[in-house]
Design a protein around this ligand. Structure first.
Ligand code: GAR
Length: 199
């Protein structure tokens, strides 16, 4: 599944929950045409569902429990050390629900991607589906973006939109958005890999 590819971009995926975006990225990276290798997963939550996915994929998964660190800087320093020890080239946040310090983010210029369940710059932060419904939006969606020190900020690589339907709930809308997330992230990854190869 996680075949070694020589000269491939070494990718780490950070997650906090069930890991469906991580699974989708892993499936994509497994394609021999994709010049990337999924070398490390890191979660900040010891009970995250995505840990089982890593076991099945046979990808090393580090649990770095943020509750064991007394500051964001200390947690981020450990994260940074793990990523550098694994010689990671590109980090994909996939449902990683921790704010990262500016020092950490600035240490990975254009090497840090995130997926967010809204059409950024709308609805940074949490409860994005509820907020889109409350605002009466007719369209909603997701964004893959390069990360910058401000939360959910940075140049957008790919956005996908979905219709908001009468009677939608946050859950029904989330289900429509996550389908698009699973299309958007592999597409964005291809674009970023191409850009890295061209530079
Ligand atoms: C996804 O909807 C992702 O966009 C969101 O968490 C979910 C993770 O699902 N991320 C954020 O809200 C980040 N601000 P997954 O664990 O199944 O990939």
């Amino acid at each position: 599944m996680n075949a070694k590819k020589s000269g491939a971009v070494r990718i780490a995926i950070l997650f906090s929950g069930r890991g469906s975006n991580m699974q989708t990225l892993a499936n994509h990276i497994a394609d021999p045409q994709v010049n990337a290798e999924f070398v490390l997963a890191i979660t900040n939550r010891p009970a995250a569902g995505g840990i089982d996915i890593c076991e099945k994929l046979d990808v090393p998964c580090r649990v770095i429990d943020h509750k064991k660190y007394d500051s964001r800087a200390a947690f981020d320093a450990e994260l940074d050390a793990a990523l550098r020890a694994a010689k990671v080239d590109l980090i994909c946040c996939a449902g990683f629900m921790r704010l990262l310090t500016a020092d950490f983010v600035n240490g990975w210029p254009d090497r840090l991607l995130n997926i967010h369940p809204s059409l950024l710059p709308k609805y940074k932060g949490l409860r994005t589906h509820q907020r889109a419904l409350d605002a009466g939006d007719k369209t909603h969606g997701c964004s893959v973006h390069y990360m910058r020190p401000e939360m959910d900020d940075g140049p957008v690589v790919v956005q996908k939109t979905v219709p908001v339907r009468d009677g939608d709930t946050p859950d029904s809308l989330a289900a429509r958005v996550i389908e698009q997330e699973h299309i958007a992230y592999p597409e964005a990854l291809d674009m970023v890999l191409k850009k890295m190869a061209d530079n």
